[in-house]
Ligand binder design. Structure first.
Ligand code: NAP
Length: 243
């Protein structure tokens, strides 16, 4: 999706994937800076270590203890997961049931809370949901996995990765419920399949992937693309059927 946006804006850059072991991030990023890399995205499990590397970090990234975007020229760190997710959920107003309290849940709960959304948080390990809810206004803990009045249910757990669904009371969902799985894969996982079976609208994690990527892109390259928004090209690149 970054390549599609470079091509759209006529920029001569490349986006590459590199594996870095925990504990080696500082040396790796110093080396990339030396080689002339402009910026990096960081993914699990290195987002906290990335925060420690940065000389300046935006308030949101500090609050969620995760940096996923660094400008290597300034060593400035940023988190685009929260704002990226928020962009994708704007069309779905109302109460949100968030399932999960890991890294991605921290970012999406924080961004929705700051935007004034009403949230309930359920997590397999309830103490983590309690801790997360205590950090943000408008967020409460849901001890049982119940839809109640939710207009959106977000699966921010890693259950789909293991081929598992969530034991939700789908039969009690509102007719306008949207089931949103942060995970993306070629075929819908058990969570989205169950929602579809019960007649609900669904959404996977690809729009969030594109939206957080577009914010990273702008963080590095705003001086070259002005006010332009790379999101449409990036979304198209990740959702276009592969030939
Ligand atoms: P994480 O930090 O490892 O957190 C995992 C969460 O899943 C925890 O809340 C954990 O509960 C829960 N969990 C794990 N297995 C479970 C199961 N079998 N049943 C119920 N809960 C389970 O992971 P993460 O980084 O937040 O990622 C979560 C998901 O979001 C992944 O599928 C990832 O691919 C996706 N994601 C998507 C995007 C995007 O751009 N679309 C961005 C980031 C992440 P406990 O606390 O009880 O262990």
């Amino acid at each position: 999706m970054h390549a599609a946006a470079y091509s759209h804006f006529g920029l001569p850059y490349r986006y590459v994937a590199l594996r870095v072991a925990p504990g080696e991030m500082g040396a790796a990023l110093d080396h990339l800076t030396h080689l002339g890399y402009r910026g990096v995205n960081i993914t699990v499990p290195l987002k906290s270590e990335a925060l420690a590397y940065c000389s300046s970090v935006d308030d949101f990234a500090r609050r969620v203890d995760a940096v996923n975007t660094i400008d290597l020229r300034t060593r400035g760190g940023f988190n685009t997961d929260g704002a990226g997710f928020l962009r994708t959920i704007q069309d779905f107003p109302g109460e949100v049931l968030v399932c999960g309290a890991g890294g991605s849940a921290r970012a999406i709960v924080g961004s929705m809370s700051l935007a004034g959304r009403r949230l309930r948080i359920w997590n397999r390990t309830i103490s983590r949901a309690e801790q997360l809810a205590a950090e943000w206004p408008n967020a409460t803990v849901e001890p049982e996995l119940r839809l109640r009045d939710a207009s959106t249910v977000v699966n921010a757990t890693a259950a789909t990765l293991g081929g598992e669904g969530l034991n939700l009371d789908w039969q009690n969902g509102r007719s306008d419920l949207v089931a949103y799985d942060l995970m993306y894969q070629t075929e819908p996982g058990p969570f989205l399949r169950a929602a579809t079976k019960h007649g609900f609208r669904t959404m996977d994690g690809l729009p969030m992937l594109a939206a957080q990527g577009a914010l990273s892109f702008r963080f590095w390259l705003a001086d070259e693309i002005g006010d332009a928004d790379p999101y449409p090209e990036m979304l198209d690149a990740v959702t276009r059927p592969k030939t």
